[in-house]
Design a protein around this ligand. Structure first.
Ligand SMILES: [Ca+2]
Ligand SMILES: [Ca+2]
Length: 397
């Protein structure tokens, strides 16, 4: 009590006594010292002290509120920036994030101005890469080093590149490229313009691309337009070609006849020319190679005419277990022959191939001809081997 009383006196004394006494007996703060210099009655000083305390309290409340308000939008920010670390949070906001990701993928890459002109007499397509604007910055300095690669899906070996423009998001290219495209091939072709960011010591980044199916364009006029760059498609839809053949099955004689008629729009395989196509016909029995025949080689053409028939003996009780694999190859004198495309028919086939096969079975003795699109060889090989993989027990999720 005595100590408290002494302390009370000590704090009270500077307020009541003279300014000289203050500096010696107590060590007041800045405010205390300032107040003590003003000759005021005790009650007024107490009132001022209370008012200051209340102001301080209000100030503190304000700061706390501001902090809380800043914390709330952080949650939203986390969603939009796709940096959710927490898995429950991720699952809760998943649909929103997918939408945002899709939107982010498709926008903000910039736009490209280009021109198109088809010369019907020369069968040439002139593509003008004009300029780009508001490109996405790919380098740490907030710029990119853009250049454009131009090609047609009907001949992907022929690719043109513009010059590289350093440190800019609005490059002006003004370069023209000419493609030889027969008029008949135009509707099946797509013009692809891919914008890249050049990097001296690292892989070049793709900024975005413009894909223009030529069937959707009126080439009677010169076209000049802007298009937004979109995310580059991951898998190139390559046109491999089409093949026409007929199938005939005679159950009484166990004869299966495959007549290879012709092919068209085949992929160009040789860099300085066309392709040298020939066709292989494989019979697969219970997923094992069984019999094989092949046509002659047709030199330097993308639309060969074969008209070559192959007869296989397949007993009626085996026809359900047989796959017919038809593959088109490019013959090469120097290097290995390369497959252009493949397809297979049989009870395990799907779509058009399955329909052709079942039409053959339901129309014995009648040859049935049909066109088919070639598929990538690895895709067909995978489909052919699929059944054996399916026999394995599937892992539980
Ligand atoms: Ca760069
Ligand atoms: Ca060849």
């Amino acid at each position: 009590m005595a100590v408290a009383a002494r302390q009370g006196r000590a704090t009270a004394s500077p307020l009541t006594s003279s300014p000289v006494a203050t500096s010696t007996t107590a060590r007041p703060g800045f405010l205390g010292g300032w107040l003590s210099r003003i000759p005021l009655p005790k009650w007024a000083l107490i009132a001022i002290a209370v008012a200051v305390a209340v102001l301080l309290l209000l100030f503190l409340i304000c700061i706390i509120r501001c902090c809380c308000r800043k914390k709330k939008p952080k949650k939203k920010e986390r969603v939009s920036l796709h940096t959710v670390g927490n898995s429950t949070m991720a699952s809760l906001v998943q649909p929103e994030m997918e939408d945002l990701e899709r939107a982010a993928e498709q926008t903000g890459r910039g736009k490209l101005q280009y021109s198109l002109e088809y010369n019907f007499r020369a069968q040439e397509l002139k593509v003008g890469v004009k300029q780009a604007a508001e490109l996405k910055a790919m380098d740490s300095g907030g710029t990119s080093d853009p250049y454009v690669i131009v090609y047609l899906t009907s001949d992907m070996k022929k690719r043109y590149e513009t010059k590289v423009y350093r440190k800019t998001l609005n490059p002006v290219f003004n370069e023209n490229f000419t493609f030889q495209v027969p008029q008949a091939e135009v509707p099946d072709s797509t013009l692809v313009m891919q914008m890249y960011d050049f990097n001296r010591f690292a892989k070049h980044d793709i900024i975005g691309e413009v894909r223009l199916p030529l069937a959707s364009v009126n080439l009677q006029h010169v076209i000049e337009q802007w298009s937004d760059l979109v995310a580059a498609s991951k898998v190139e839809e390559e046109h491999l070609g089409e093949i026409c053949f007929s199938l005939r099955y005679v159950p009484s004689t166990s004869k299966l006849t495959v007549l290879i008629l012709e092919a068209k729009k085949l992929k160009r395989m040789d860099s300085h020319g066309l392709s040298d196509p020939f066709v292989k016909v494989h019979l697969i029995l219970n997923r094992k190679k069984w019999k094989k025949k092949k046509t002659s080689v047709k030199k330097n053409t993308l639309s060969p005419y074969f008209n070559e028939a192959f007869v296989f003996e397949v007993p009626f009780n085996q026809i359900q277990n047989v796959d017919v694999v038809i593959s088109v190859w490019d013959h090469d004198k120097v290097t290995k022959n390369e497959p252009i495309g493949k397809l297979f028919l049989g009870c395990r086939a799907t779509g058009k191939q399955l329909r052709h096969w079942s039409d053959m079975l339901s129309n014995p003795r009648r040859p049935l001809a049909q066109w088919h699109s070639l598929q990538p060889p690895d895709v067909v090989d995978k489909a052919l081997g699929l059944k054996s993989h399916l026999k394995l027990p599937l892992p539980h999720r």
